[in-house]
Design a protein around this ligand. Structure first.
Ligand SMILES: Cc1cc2nc3c(=O)[nH]c(=O)nc-3n(C[C@H](O)[C@H](O)[C@H](O)COP(=O)(O)OP(=O)(O)OC[C@H]3O[C@@H](n4cnc5c(N)ncnc54)[C@H](O)[C@@H]3O)c2cc1C
Ligand code: FES
Ligand code: FES
Length: 480
């Protein structure tokens, strides 16, 4: 049985945990304000807010999610907000809705609910509202009619209004300003009570760990690929398991990520920001805000797409993964050894990924991630690549390079990385490294480009890494 709040209403349902939140709100609860566009996470018409009690029990964090890909089971214990739950009274508009009306941001109106929910999520954020954060909040919403300028103006108007939002008691202020209804103020207490009730119920049932079923993370791959199957089979939800969350550094310097850490958790982590100052730039190229709120790092690894951005990122960091069987037997495996062939893994079917670790780069090390796609945002890569380099006195001491889109699996470039070790940093070295690299990739021609184009792209990405790392040693003109 799943328990959560939907707007102002307590829900108890035995609908399948692998069915979608979208179908539940529209077909079970008949809340049809939430629209269905693509059912693939691309258009944002189905955006809802998912509020979760913070671990300290203080307050709620609301995140936008595409309900077409949100497993209903991931709503358990949370506050789900649809457009029907945001108006203080019938017939009144929230400031978000007013701004969209005022700026002419709605024409056919099909996308409007999604924009309204994303911008309401932005208002509920505890972070300062800036023009960048406002636009980032709607990066997963597509509109065919308006040309976006009116929506950008509406977002700017709201950002101005949110400048007055206090750092404390955000929800009270938002409620006074009619961004959300007054019942939002009671939600933390109600979710706390729900958590206590669910804990007591679990203990009374003496719940045994479930048999190993289909593992489901954020659902952003599985619910695109096999929604009917996932709805029909028992699923093992990992997204909300507390022991699979969090990002920390161990005393030996290794960084440990829980397998359910999302792309957005990486972006929010002070530790990751400190280790990778350009992380926001890299992650801006990965999916969209709602998808990053949902998709887990482990899901990206196990999905085994040859162009998985997070996989390519962590391959160059020499990440290892910890796998656990249903009988709790654990083993550690270098990430680069997870991939056997196209979408086939060395992981056993009953093994769950529980932890990801990597050695923290030293402050003097160099790291970079590059992605080329047909569209800058909300697109998958044609080719992507990451590089980690340790250098001294103009020589590479050690290097690790990875590349996606140039073979059947996400590639760790073993030979190129080994070739670079000990070499002087120069245009000649890069030309020679490229020659080695071309022998260990096998791109194919497909919708994202010809094999020749992908070979050329990867060469350019190799150059891009080193131009960023050592602009004083390599000149662009030497590389053309
Ligand atoms: C609109 C859209 C845009 C996207 N853009 C990008 C992009 O730019 N770059 C990119 O790399 N990806 C992108 N993706 C793909 C996807 O968001 C990521 O791959 C994401 O990290 C998948 O994580 P998940 O938790 O949602 O996986 P799920 O769909 O829940 O699971 C994927 C696979 O991993 C398995 N799995 C999940 N967790 C575990 C675990 N702990 N142990 C063992 N197996 C596990 C599942 O069984 C399944 O086989 C996009 C997806 C969408 C819908
Ligand atoms: S229906 Fe398009 S993102 Fe959900
Ligand atoms: S107003 Fe028609 S799709 Fe946006």
């Amino acid at each position: 049985m799943l328990h959560f709040y939907l707007n102002n209403q307590r829900i108890r349902t035995d609908q399948p945990a692998g069915s979608t939140l979208l179908d539940f709100v529209r077909y079970n609860q008949h809340l049809t304000g939430t629209k269905i566009g693509c059912r693939e996470g691309d258009c944002g018409a189905c955006t809802v807010l998912v509020g979760e009690l913070q671990p300290d029990g203080q307050g709620i964090r609301y995140q936008s999610m595409t309900s077409c890909l949100t497993p209903l089971g991931n709503a358990h214990g949370k506050h789900i907000v649809t457009v029907e739950g945001i108006n203080a009274a019938a017939g009144t508009l929230t400031p978000v809705q007013q701004a969209i009306v005022q700026e002419g941001g709605s024409q056919c109106g099909f996308c409007t609910v999604g924009f309204v929910m994303s911008l309401t999520g932005h208002a509920l954020s505890h972070k300062p509202a800036t023009s960048e954060s406002g636009l980032a909040a709607i990066d997963g919403n597509i509109c065919r009619c308006t040309g976006y300028k009116s929506l950008e103006r509406a977002t700017a108007l709201l950002t101005d209004q949110l400048a007055a939002r206090p750092a404390e008691n955000v929800v009270s202020w938002l409620s006074e300003q009619q961004f959300v209804p007054a019942y939002f103020k009671d939600i933390p207490t109600r979710l706390q009570a729900l958590q206590t009730e669910l804990q007591a119920e679990n203990e009374a049932n003496n719940q045994k760990p479930e048999a190993r079923n289909q593992i489901l993370g954020g659902g952003t791959d599985l619910l695109v690929q096999r929604p009917e199957h996932i709805r029909a089979v028992p699923v093992q939800l990992v997204y909300d398991q507390a022991h699979l969350r969090g990002i920390r550094q161990e005393a030996d310097g290794r960084v440990v990520l829980g397998a359910a850490a999302t792309a957005e958790n990486l972006r929010d982590s002070p530790l990751m920001q400190q280790l990778f100052p350009r992380l926001p730039d890299y992650l801006k190229l990965v999916s969209s805000t709602p998808i990053r709120n949902m998709g887990t790092v482990a899901g990206n690894f196990v999905n085994a797409s040859p162009i998985g951005d997070l996989t390519i990122f962590f391959l160059a960091l020499d990440a290892s993964i910890t796998l656990e069987t249903a009988a709790k037997q654990r083993r550690e495996l270098p990430l680069r050894e997870l991939y056997r062939g196209y979408k086939t893994l060395t992981k056993e079917a009953d093994e769950q990924l529980v932890e990801i670790t990597f050695p923290a780069p030293a402050s003097t090390d160099f790291f970079n991630f590059e992605k080329v796609s047909k569209r800058t945002h909300l697109d998958i890569a044609s080719v992507n690549s990451a590089a980690w380099v340790r250098a001294e006195n103009g020589f590479v001491q050690e290097a690790r390079l990875s590349a996606g889109g140039v073979g059947p699996i996400p590639l760790f470039l073993t030979n190129t990385s080994a070739f670079l070790a000990g070499k002087e940093i120069s245009a000649e070295t890069l030309a020679a490294a490229n020659a080695v690299m071309q022998t260990e990739i096998s791109p194919i021609s497909d919708a994202r480009g010809t094999a020749e184009y992908k070979r050329l792209l990867l060469r350019q990405l190799l150059f891009a890494h080193f131009l960023r790392f050592f602009p004083e040693r390599i000149a662009l003109r030497e590389l053309v």
